[in-house]
Write a protein that binds this ligand. Structure first.
Ligand SMILES: C[S@@+](CC[C@H](N)C(=O)[O-])C[C@H]1O[C@@H](n2cnc3c(N)ncnc32)[C@H](O)[C@@H]1O
Length: 272
């Protein structure tokens, strides 16, 4: 396990994932009935952007660092929840901020240091459970939720070969076990071929109602670079495609440097 999110917290990929995640959670919270969230690869939960790790890559400067001060829709909600300059919340903190008393969060994190940080962050919190366990395995063990509604965020580090195949298999498994779950699954866009294969696998998986939202800062042709990223959403809420389009267009306007081939898309892979 080499991946540490502290080097990447608040980068463009976090901005994209978290801005869309917030819109999905807002839609769940529009109904009074309680929901649960499972964050399978949760990270440390909160990050200090003045740390040596964040300073070493400086990635946040081309991400959340460009968004502070935005008070207009569609990014204002995300920017406000991201908090003041110098810190950055991970997905568990963002989810926690949007839980109502009837909702709850389960987080899984395998790295011992990050799992310890998460535990410390939520020690006194009865609405949050932290598990130092394998998130892939938790997709089976912790679903379906007794609440019968909720969201599963799958955000693996993509440091091992076969992660796209594993993700596609997990989406299929979860759709079968817990049909009502909203799934939000992050993936990297380094070059097009693996993403095309992932989309093709999903189109033929039998899983219904799939949308892929993608943002890329340059033509995705260099397999060594994170040129863009995507969020695969299963069971998106009503109007998600329009909401996601607005968010991605606004993000690209702030985060893009006009490099050739930059862009975004919201693609319906499978109908309802
Ligand atoms: C991309 S980061 C997560 C970032 C976090 N979801 C956020 O948005 O703030 C991926 C995390 O998964 C953890 N991890 C790697 N393999 C795992 C596994 N099999 N189960 C649970 N966590 C894992 C890594 O230690 C890392 O902290």
């Amino acid at each position: 396990m080499n991946y540490r999110h502290a080097f990447h917290a608040g980068n463009f990929a976090d901005c994209m994932k978290h801005a869309l995640l917030i819109s999905l959670l807002r839609a769940l919270a529009a109904k009074p009935k309680g929901f649960a969230v499972l964050d399978t690869h949760a990270g440390a939960g909160a990050y200090d952007l003045s740390s040596a790790e964040a300073a070493r890559t400086g990635e946040w400067r081309r991400g959340i660092g460009r968004l502070h001060g935005i008070t207009e829709a569609p990014l204002a909600d995300y920017v406000a929840l991201a908090g003041p300059t110098g810190q950055y919340p991970g997905s568990p903190s963002l989810v926690r901020a949007l839980l109502r008393p009837q909702d709850r969060l389960m987080c899984c994190e395998l790295h011992p240091a990050d799992a310890a940080s998460l535990r410390a962050l939520f020690r006194q919190d009865p609405q949050v459970a932290v598990h130092a366990r394998d998130g892939w395995e938790a997709v089976k063990a912790l679903t379906p939720f007794p609440e019968k509604r909720g969201l599963v965020l799958i955000d693996p580090p993509f440091e091992e070969p076969g992660e796209f195949e594993r993700l596609a298999a997990s989406i299929g498994l979860l759709a079968h076990r817990f049909r009502a779950a909203v799934q939000a699954c992050w993936y990297p866009i380094k070059h097009r071929a693996p993403v095309r294969a992932f989309h093709d696998a999903l189109r033929t998986s039998g899983v219904r109602d799939l949308v892929a939202a993608e943002l890329w800062l340059r033509e995705p042709t260099d397999p060594q670079r994170l040129n863009g990223c995507g969020l695969l959403v299963a069971n998106p809420p009503w109007r998600f495609e329009a909401t996601a389009s607005d968010i991605l267009a606004a993000l690209l306007a702030q985060l893009g440097d006009g490099e050739p081939g930059q862009g975004w898309t919201v693609l319906r892979l499978v109908e309802e």
